[in-house]
Design a protein around this ligand. Structure first.
Ligand code: NDP
Length: 407
């Protein structure tokens, strides 16, 4: 019998719980634990109403390794799906090692006091997971996650060598709020205000945050949006595992309204992550800002429009230039109708549940710390079509690829 423990009851945890409940061939027993148990109970009640399945809930501070280890030994799951925050990654990996349980997450570890995104900390767990005969699957969301699998699938079926990779994440949705982030505001703002790094000819090049941008027209009439080049963690693992890549860039769309608000918040110091004294209490401005911004998990009711996330990939096949664009389009309102969430949480939660189901069914089965592109992409690509994230792959001319890929 396959038992899973999902940790984190936010926007993404909500979707993972619903999707695991739908995937009853892979998930026999589902547990959900988070810092605030009432949030787990609300999700469990919603899942019960929509699917009839029962989820057992628990309170846990995932930064308490001993308490988490004890909970794991009590529940005895085969898999932990970590959809808490990146700060918890290492503590949860430690607890999984202590209890002998496989691990999956959707975002790489970040220390609380430095906005630093890299896999080095988690890759250091390689020997410990391998020696224990356990698997830790890193980054099974959409980006990272599906974007890594798109790249591996392109290499398997379309290219002898990949030369350029442009990952383009467009949210064409409108939530009707003056300012809100699509996922955890603290993590989101740390990510977009960090300096930009992209891969070019064997090195990461650094540029100012949001300094490079241009319009991008999505297929299927999703629209034209301004996309900004920024650093994203999948670039690090993809250029390591696919060394023929000469240039890799990540782009995300932001509305003028979002950029204006962000600039003001930065200018007045509200995005700082160092503590300041306020009325004799130490507060971190960005954490305080999170407390007053809309909860991304509550945006589903009002969000309309579609997301379009995909990869423009160029390279060589049989000695000839080749270019393709693989993408998924996801409708915010359809996601809300299905599971009660907007498309950003949905596009992250569905791949987490799929990655977990492939691990539980031993379709993906490797000892050690594994990035998404190190697995066979085919079963994952099939499951995306089955579980709500259908994808398209179109061949591009060189001219189209150069226009799309934003030179
Ligand atoms: P939320 O802030 O909505 O939810 C986070 C949840 O984790 C909350 O329930 C929170 O509890 C819980 N939590 C925080 N700290 C602890 C702790 N110490 N112990 C136990 N539980 C804790 O975030 P999201 O759902 O938006 O994001 C979840 C994860 O998904 C993040 O890591 C994010 O980076 C990642 N993500 C990945 C994407 C991808 O495509 N790969 C895209 C979007 C997000 P409480 O409610 O009590 O605060």
């Amino acid at each position: 019998m396959n038992t899973v423990l999902i940790i984190g009851a936010g926007g993404v945890g909500h979707v993972v719980a619903h999707k695991c409940a739908q995937m009853n061939a892979a998930y026999d027993e589902i547990h959900l634990a988070s810092r605030t148990k009432s949030k787990c109970d609300a999700i469990a009640a919603d899942v019960k109403a929509r699917t009839g399945r029962t989820i057992t809930t628990h309170a846990i501070d995932a930064d308490d390794v001993a308490a988490t280890t004890a909970l794991l030994k009590e529940i005895k799951p085969q898999l932990v799906i970590n959809v808490a925050l990146p700060y918890q990654d290492l503590h949860l990996m430690d607890a999984c090692l202590n209890a002998g349980i496989d691990y999956l997450d959707t975002a790489n570890y970040e220390p609380l006091d430095v906005a630093k995104f890299e896999y080095s900390w988690q890759w250091e767990y390689q020997d410990r997971f391998r020696n224990a005969g356990l698997m830790a699957l890193l980054g099974s969301g959409f980006d990272p996650g599906v974007t890594n699998v798109f790249t591996a699938w392109a290499l398997k079926h379309h290219f002898d060598e990949i030369h350029t990779l442009d990952i383009i994440d467009v949210n064409g949705g409108n939530h009707g709020q003056a300012f809100a982030t699509n996922f955890n505001p603290e993590i989101n703002i740390r990510e977009v205000t960090a300096e930009c790094r992209h891969w070019e000819n064997g090195d990461f090049r650094t540029t100012d945050p949001m300094s490079m941008h241009r319009p991008f027209t999505c297929p299927e009439e999703v629209g034209t949006y301004e996309i900004y080049r920024m650093y994203h963690e999948e670039l690090e693992s993809l250029v390591k595992h696919i060394p023929t890549i000469k240039r890799a860039q990540f782009w995300m769309s932001f509305s003028p309204n979002y950029i204006n608000h962000l600039q003001v918040l930065q200018n007045v110091g509200m995005t700082r992550i160092d503590p300041v004294q306020y009325n004799g209490v130490e507060i971190v401005p960005l954490q305080f800002l999170k407390a007053v911004l809309p909860n991304p998990g509550d945006l589903g009711k009002t969000t309309q429009g579609r997301t379009c996330i995909g990869n423009v990939i160029t390279g060589i096949k049989d000695g000839q230039y080749k270019a393709i664009y693989i993408y998924n389009i996801c409708d915010h309102e359809a996601c809300f109708a299905e599971v009660g969430s907007q498309a950003i949480s949905y596009t992250t939660g569905v791949p987490a549940a799929i990655g977990g189901s492939l691990m539980l069914r031993k379709v993906w089965d490797q000892d050690g710390v594994v990035n998404m592109e190190q697995n066979d992409p085919d079963p994952f690509m099939e499951e995306l079509n089955k579980w709500g994230l259908p994808w398209q792959c179109i061949e591009l001319t060189r001219e189209q690829a150069e226009m799309l890929a934003v030179q």
